[in-house]
Design a protein around this ligand. Structure first.
Ligand code: AMP
Ligand code: MG
Length: 487
């Protein structure tokens, strides 16, 4: 695929055309003085876009929706959502626009989307804007997730708008250019269902099937197959979050995709000390979205998706509910299978290892980690060294080294594969203190710490000399860490 200037890239408006009830045509606000902060060149190449063009002038204006390519019909998408358990029937893109879809180098349809592009009819009390720090946070974390092989929306660029935005203080405004296999959310289905228009609900489900699970179209019951595919995708996704210690922070149903990609990096964080009760979001007072709750919340959200889809499962409500429940029961099985396989790989153990041996070993390890408050990422990476005979670094993370030694002797007797461990246990993640450091510097105009952090986390498994501080835990005086929504 040859790279061309985006105005020459063929933009489609498929969502806007097929689902016009869910799409309000809208324009991005004009930015007074846009300039590029960061551009994802490999992603630009995947999309067939010329990175040199994107760096300045019209290219930058394209990235924030101020130069709309022919064929693109920017729209604000409608969706509902359960926020912290309460239904908000009309959320929608209050500060975002779907520019349109393009076909990537692999022939897949990708959404190009803008976040922070100005008020829309869904803005309610909000200003429609976003600021540099949180948009760069989404860029860093989503690209780190991608590098770890975790399905996610991608970040193409962050552009500073030159417009000051009022938060606690005045902060520099920014737009994130986001790319996703779609922006269909559980909340999109909730919105469509609430309109009472079953034709719309069916069209939305058909659209989701074509874009994400074409195999479902061949099933005896395509809409049930769609639902089952979303369950499988989310079970696999959340297992990956748990294995890497990712805390999404705001798993509202509007922030859960149908594709199984991670979306909406707001108050997210990575575990430092291993603790199932870990919460970083300042507004999550009850710990609803705590680290250890994430699988349960995913299942709860999928139950809301089932409710939205019920009329497509069966004409008789009772039968529809029975079908939904039967499908939902698979979530726990699939999640557990994915997590168990994943944790065995993290420990360098063969997937075929008997659960009678693996389960007690894993359970005991998690208790030890929790009791010690050991750094999640450091522990698993150092355990790779332990598999090569260097146990001291892992051992030093424990308050009760004798208990770790006893555990390690049993584990070591199983012959763990150190190289396999290094391929799944990242050395570099976007550690909370490093992210804050990079965002503070970028907000003040210095982009160097951001570049260095991106360099580390986009090759997370390849440990390199000179990057030691990116693998180290936060300094003692950092924290307790708090993250914020609505930024
Ligand atoms: P989020 O917490 O980012 O998932 O957003 C939840 C809802 O609030 C969505 O409908 C957003 O579009 C909307 N929203 C968040 N921030 C703003 C803002 N500054 N202006 C307008 N709408 C916003
Ligand atoms: Mg959201």
């Amino acid at each position: 695929m040859t790279a061309v200037a985006p105005p020459a890239v063929a933009f489609g408006g498929r969502f806007a055309r097929e689902l016009s009830e869910l799409a309000i045509p809208w324009q991005a606000e004009e930015a007074p003085e846009p300039h590029l902060l960061v551009l994802n060149e490999p992603l630009a190449a995947e999309l067939g876009m010329d990175p040199d063009y994107l760096r300045e002038g019209d290219g930058v204006r394209f990235l924030i929706g101020n130069l709309v390519p022919g064929g693109a019909t920017p729209v604000a998408q409608a969706y509902a959502g359960h926020q912290f358990g309460w239904l908000a029937p009309r959320l929608g893109d209050g500060r975002a626009l779907l520019l349109g879809e393009i076909t990537d180098a692999d022939g897949h349809l990708r959404d190009v989307h803008l976040k922070g592009s100005g008020r829309t009819p869904f803005a309610r009390g909000g200003d429609g804007l976003a600021v540099v720090g949180p948009m760069l946070r989404e860029y860093i974390v989503s690209e780190a997730m991608h590098a770890m092989g975790i399905p996610t929306t991608r970040s193409l660029a962050v552009v500073a708008t030159g417009r000051p935005v009022l938060r606690d203080t005045m902060l520099p405004g920014a737009v994130l250019t986001r790319v996703a296999s779609s922006h269909l959310r559980v909340g999109t289905f909730q919105y469509a269902r609430a309109t009472g228009d079953l034709g719309l609900l069916r069209r939305l489900a058909d659209h989701a099937i074509t874009r994400h699970f074409p195999g479902a179209a061949e099933a005896e019951q395509p809409y049930l197959a769609l639902f089952q595919s979303v369950i499988a995708a989310q079970a696999a996704l959340v297992a990956q979050w748990m294995l890497v210690g990712f805390v999404h922070g705001v798993m509202n149903t509007d922030n859960m995709t149908i594709s199984g990609e991670t979306i909406d990096y707001g108050p997210c964080a990575f575990l430092d000390a291993f603790d199932p009760a870990a919460v970083y979001s300042s507004i999550d007072e009850t710990g609803r979205y705590a680290y250890g709750n994430q699988p349960l919340v995913a299942e709860w959200n999928l139950t809301r998706l089932a409710e939205a889809l019920l009329p497509l499962f069966h004409n008789e409500q009772e039968q529809a509910v029975a079908l939904a429940q039967e499908s939902l029961a698979a979530f726990r099985r699939q999640y557990s299978a994915a997590w168990s396989a994943g944790i065995k790989t993290k420990l360098g153990l063969p997937d075929g290892l008997d659960d009678d041996v693996a389960s007690p070993l894993v359970d005991e390890l998690l208790s030890l980690l929790q009791a010690a408050g050991a750094d999640h990422t450091s522990f698993f990476r150092r355990l790779g060294a332990a598999a090569r005979g260097h146990t001291a670094p892992a051992r030093s993370l424990f308050t009760d080294p004798a208990a770790f030694d006893a555990w390690a002797a049993r584990w070591s007797a199983l012959g763990p594969d150190a190289d396999a461990m290094d391929r799944v246990n990242p050395a570099y993640i976007p550690r909370n203190h490093l992210v804050e450091e990079a965002l503070d510097a970028a907000t003040a105009g210095d982009l160097d710490p951001l570049s260095r952090l991106l360099e580390a986390v986009t090759s997370p498994y390849d440990e390199r000399p000179g990057l030691e501080r990116f693998a180290a835990a936060a300094p003692k005086d950092f924290g307790p860490y708090r993250t914020f929504c609505g930024t």
